[in-house]
Design a binder for this molecule. Structure first.
Ligand code: CU
Length: 182
C-alpha cells in the first residue's frame, strides 16, 4: 500500500473514533423516543423528547402527539425499561419495568421539580386539546443530561400536585407513555 493511501486510511479511522467518543459522554443533546404503554406491552409512538443542558438545569423539549388533553404527571423513573412489570403489590402494570421515581438520596417523598424529594420529579406536562405538547420544561435539580441515562421518562394519566397525597404520587395514576434515556 502506498504511503498516501495508508495515511488516508488512518485519517478515516481517527475520525471514526472521534465520533464514537462523542456518542459516549460528550454529546450535547439526547433524543428520547416516547411510546404509549399498556400492561401487555408498548403501543404506538407518540413523538420524542430532546434533552439539553441549560443554565437553569436540564431542559426537556417536548415533541409529543397522540396524548390525552390535560395535565399529566411527568417523572424520571429509576429503571431503564418501559416493559410491563410488577408493582410493589405484585400486579403487572404498564411500564412497571421503569420502577419508581428516581430517588438516589432515598428521600421517600414526592415533592415536584423544585422540592427536596425524588430527584426524578419533573414539571407537570400539559397536552393541548389537539393531543400535542410542545413546551420546553426545565428540571432545576438535574444538572447534566448524562444523569438521566439508563432511566425512563414516564407520562402518567392524571395530573401531579407535587405531593404524596392523594396517593399514589400526587394523583398521577397509571403510566400511559414511556421512553428510556440511552
Ligand atoms: Cu411517575
Amino acid at each position: 500500500m502506498r504511503a498516501q493511501h495508508l495515511l488516508a486510511a488512518i485519517g478515516v479511522l481517527s475520525m471514526a473514533s472521534c465520533s464514537t467518543a462523542a456518542q459516549f459522554g460528550s454529546s450535547s443533546s439526547i433524543t428520547v423516543p416516547m411510546a404509549l404503554v399498556t400492561a401487555t406491552g408498548a403501543g404506538s409512538p407518540v413523538g420524542y423528547i430532546t434533552l439539553r443542558n441549560g443554565a437553569g438545569g436540564v431542559a426537556l423539549a417536548l415533541h409529543l402527539r397522540g396524548l390525552p388533553a390535560g395535565d399529566h404527571g411527568f417523572h424520571l423513573h429509576g429503571g431503564g425499561s418501559c416493559a410491563p412489570g410488577a408493582n410493589p403489590a405484585g400486579e403487572m402494570i404498564a411500564a412497571g419495568g421503569a420502577g419508581s421515581h428516581l430517588d438516589p438520596a432515598n428521600s421517600g417523598h414526592h415533592e415536584g421539580p423544585s422540592g427536596q424529594g425524588h430527584l426524578g420529579d419533573l414539571p407537570v406536562l400539559h397536552v393541548g386539546s389537539n393531543g400535542t405538547a410542545s413546551q420546553v420544561l426545565v428540571a432545576p435539580r438535574l444538572r447534566s443530561i448524562d444523569e438521566l441515562r439508563g432511566h425512563a421518562l414516564i407520562i402518567h394519566a392524571g395530573g401531579d400536585n407535587y405531593s404524596d397525597t392523594p396517593a399514589p404520587l400526587g394523583g398521577g395514576g397509571v403510566r400511559i407513555a414511556c421512553g428510556v434515556v440511552s
